[in-house]
Every structure is written in C-alpha cells, then in structure tokens.
Design a protein around this ligand. Structure first.
Ligand SMILES: [Mn+2]
Length: 461
C-alpha cells in the first residue's frame, strides 16, 4: 500500500482532472460539514459541482446520483458500498470516509478510509476531518476549514471522552494556529451561549442529574441556592453571560450536587472537558460553540432541509442561517409535542421493560430522543429500560431503547439484545449498552417485543 501522503495526492489529482462533479454526503452534522468542506474546496478550485446529501447510500441512491454528473466525491460515506459505487460509476470517484469498511474488494477509484490509513475512525477522525485533509493537501489556504471539520467531529460525538484526540487533535491545532478556533475547558453542555440558564441545565440529559434533568423548577431552586441570578432586568441570562466567578461557582456547585445525588464521579467528569469555539462567529449565535453548531445542522438533516445545513456550514449567516434557527425551533417543538403526547398516553409495562407505542404519532427520526427524555424526566420509573416504537418510511417499525447506568451495571446491554434479536427476525439492529435500536417488519412486532423483554430479563438475572 502507498503511504498516506501519496494517497491524498491521488485524491487531489482526481479533483484537478475531473469536471462536472457531484459531492455526495451523509445528512447528519458530520455529513453536512463534510459536504460543505468539499464544496468550498471545489469552489476555490473553480470547479463546477453539485452537493447531494443523502439519508442512506443504497443501490437506488447511487443510481440516482450517477445520473447527475460524471465524477463523484463521496464524503462521510461510501466505504461500505464500494461494490455498488463501482458498478454504477466505474472508477470515477473519490471516497473520504471514516466508517469501518465492510467490503473487501479493491478500489478502482481513489478510496481514503480512516481505518485503512491507520486511524481509528470512531474516535480519531470524522468524515469532515477526512475531507478537510484533502483540502489541506490541495492548498494551505484551506486551513480555515479546520474549524468546520471540528464541528463534524463533535457532531459525531468524537469528543465524548472530554477532548478530541488523534488526527482530530491536529485539526484542532490547525484551527487554533489559523485563528479560527478557540479551545477552553468548561462545562460540555449544549447552549452555553444560547440557552437561558434554567433550560441549559434541565435540557441536558448527558449525564442525567436526578432533580435537575427535565425539571425546570428544580434547576431554578438549585441556581438560587448557590446564588446564581437567572435574569438581568428582562433578559434571561445564558451561562456565558455570567461573570467568571459565577460560572466557577455554578460548575463546582453542579459537581457537588451531582455527587450528592448519586451520580457517579466518573460520569460527572464527562460533563467537564474541552469546548471548541469558532471564535470569529458572533457570541450569541448557534455557530459559535461547535456543539451548538452541530446541533443546528443535525436538526436541518432530520427535518429534510439538508441544503440549508450545507449553506450554513459553508458560511451563510443570512437567509439560510435564519431558516436553520427556525428549523431548530421546529425540531425542539416537535420533540416537546411528542413528549406531551407520550405523557398523556399509557406506557405499557412488560416483565423487563416499559413500552411506549408512538406509531403514527411520533416520527421515527426523533423516537429515540423522546424515549430518552421521557425516561430522564422521570416520566417512567427507572427500574426497567424503556422501549419506544415508531413507523418508519419503508413501512417497517423502528424500535428504540434507552436504559440507565444503574441498569447497565446490573447487566443490561440493549445493543446486544437488539442485535441478536434483529438478526433472528431478519431486520437490522444494534447500538450501545445504554441506547440501541432495531427495525422489524410490522407483523413481527408483538413477537419481537415479547422476546426482547425475555432477553432483557435474562441479562440482569
Ligand atoms: Mn461521520
């Protein structure tokens, strides 16, 4: 195998010699930032192109895309679909992906996959990072795109240990040295700049803090107990509106509160760590903090407004940015309405799990979020996992499960249970111990749920 520098040069040569390009990206935050970075690189090279974000890359999507141009740049996806890609576009492609590749066939085009280059694509580099590295090989002038690549990595939660590492670390340094990115140690919660303090604490569910998560009045009391004002005049204060002494007191108060309310210290520590700021962005905007930026892009993707996400990631702060903020608000409202619906409807109790049947009421794109929030808000008891159902667009049923750390310690592993059962039922499934999902056909729903409850019972016995 060639060295990785030679392979990035192959990628640049491909872009230089191609015309009529199509960029194909995934539709989540990492995918949209990947697409935006690729598009900016091509703009700067003076290359005509089109960006096509997709929900998933299957044969029919590849066929559609193949008709749109004559050369193809797949970003944040593609490694697992080499066979289909080669069948429909031959060797006229460049792939920048970080998912573990499943196909063992030799690439006819240029294939850059993190794992094949010796980097761990689950924690050390994202799709946006892979795309950025191509840009940096094209020209040092693309170094400003490092900040957007960091948004992609944060969107894929590659900072979940408290800091970006590996290749991501080099990209962070590019961002700092070019003056686009600031790195600080702080609370790693969504909305440091953009959420009023009470919602800042009550909406954050990672980790769940009993008494605060999902509990606005509990948060108000906690803040008043430690002497933090939530308002100045008529203005609700955000965390970053506070003077630094107040921020310090809030951080240490939160630490003590979580500890004395039974959250284990290891989990509490994940709340603190590095935060990444796009320092040229306006402080009160959703594009300042990388976590907020990723959230607004994810909302665009989930609501089918990928073009809006691409334009915001490319730098639009006018019409498209305003639309993205509206989409974020709609996203929050959709979740809020879904939770209200769920709270006023019965939740079934199986032997070893609770079941929320959201079919026809809650969209499959948010069913997992809703299940988690219900759970965290104390709307269902925490002695069993919660399993939620929604219809998906293919006429199947999406099943989302959420557990908590206490259950995981007892032996619950939702990901294993979903994976084993889904493969038995001919569907897809898997995930983490604490959060997982599966898709099954309609007629197998009841049997699947019974078997799932049985399996979860076995895990803790
Ligand atoms: Mn990704």
């Amino acid at each position: 195998m060639q060295g990785f520098l030679a392979r990035f040069r192959d990628a640049v040569r491909f872009l230089e010699t191609s015309e009529d390009l199509v960029v194909v990206s995934h539709y989540d935050a990492d995918g949209l930032t990947s697409g935006a970075i690729a598009s900016t690189i091509l703009d700067r090279m003076g290359k005509e192109h089109e960006v096509v974000p997709v929900k998933k890359l299957d044969e029919s999507t590849v066929k559609d895309v193949a008709n749109k141009g004559s050369a193809f740049w797949f970003v944040d996806l593609g490694s697992g679909q080499l066979d289909v890609i080669q069948e429909h576009v031959g060797s006229d492609y460049l792939i920048c992906d970080h998912h573990e590749t499943v196909s063992g066939i030799d690439a006819a085009g240029v294939h850059l996959n993190a794992h094949q280059l010796g980097w761990d694509g689950s924690s050390e580099i994202s799709g946006a990072g892979m795309t950025y590295l191509v840009g940096k090989t094209v020209s040092d002038k693309n170094i400003d795109l490092s900040a957007i690549a960091v948004v992609g990595a944060v969107g894929d939660m590659q900072d979940s240990t408290g800091a970006l590492v590996g290749k991501n670390r080099e990209i962070v340094r590019d961002g700092q040295s070019s003056g686009y990115l600031g790195v600080f140690r702080d609370l790693r919660l969504f909305g440091r700049y953009t959420r009023p303090l009470i919602q800042f604490l009550s909406y954050s569910s990672d980790p769940v803090i009993p008494g605060l998560t999902g509990n606005d009045s509990g948060c108000a009391r906690f803040l008043s107990d430690i002497g933090i004002p939530v308002k100045k005049g008529d203005k609700w204060l955000s965390y970053m509106d506070l003077p630094s002494d107040d921020r310090k007191r809030l951080v240490s108060g939160l630490y003590v509160y979580a500890l004395s309310n039974g959250v284990d210290e290891g989990t509490i520590k994940t709340m603190f760590g590095e935060v990444y700021e796009l320092v040229k962005e306006s402080p009160d905007s959703y594009t300042r903090d990388a976590k907020d930026f990723a959230t607004i892009l994810n909302a665009c993707g989930r609501h089918g407004e990928m073009e809006v996400g691409i334009q915001v990631a490319k730098g639009d702060r006018g019409e498209y940015y305003d639309r993205a903020v509206n989409i974020l608000q709609k996203h929050k409202r959709t979740i809020h309405d879904a939770i209200r619906w769920a709270l006023s409807n019965d939740i079934d109790s199986f032997d070893s799990m609770y079941v929320l049947d959201g079919r026809g009421k809650i969209e499959d794109s948010i069913i997992g979020i809703v299940a988690g929030m219900l759970y965290n808000a104390g709307a269902v008891p925490r002695d069993k996992p919660i399993i939620a159902l929604a219809n998906d667009e293919d006429g199947n049923i999406k099943i989302s499960g959420r557990a908590n750390w206490a259950l995981v310690k007892k032996g619950i592993h939702l990901g294993n249970a979903m994976k084993e059962l889904a493969s038995e039922f001919g569907g897809a499934g898997g995930g983490h111990n604490i959060a997982a999902g599966a898709t099954v056909s309609k007629d197998k729903k009841d049997e699947f749920l019974e078997r799932l409850s049985k399996k979860l019972g076995e895990q803790i016995s």
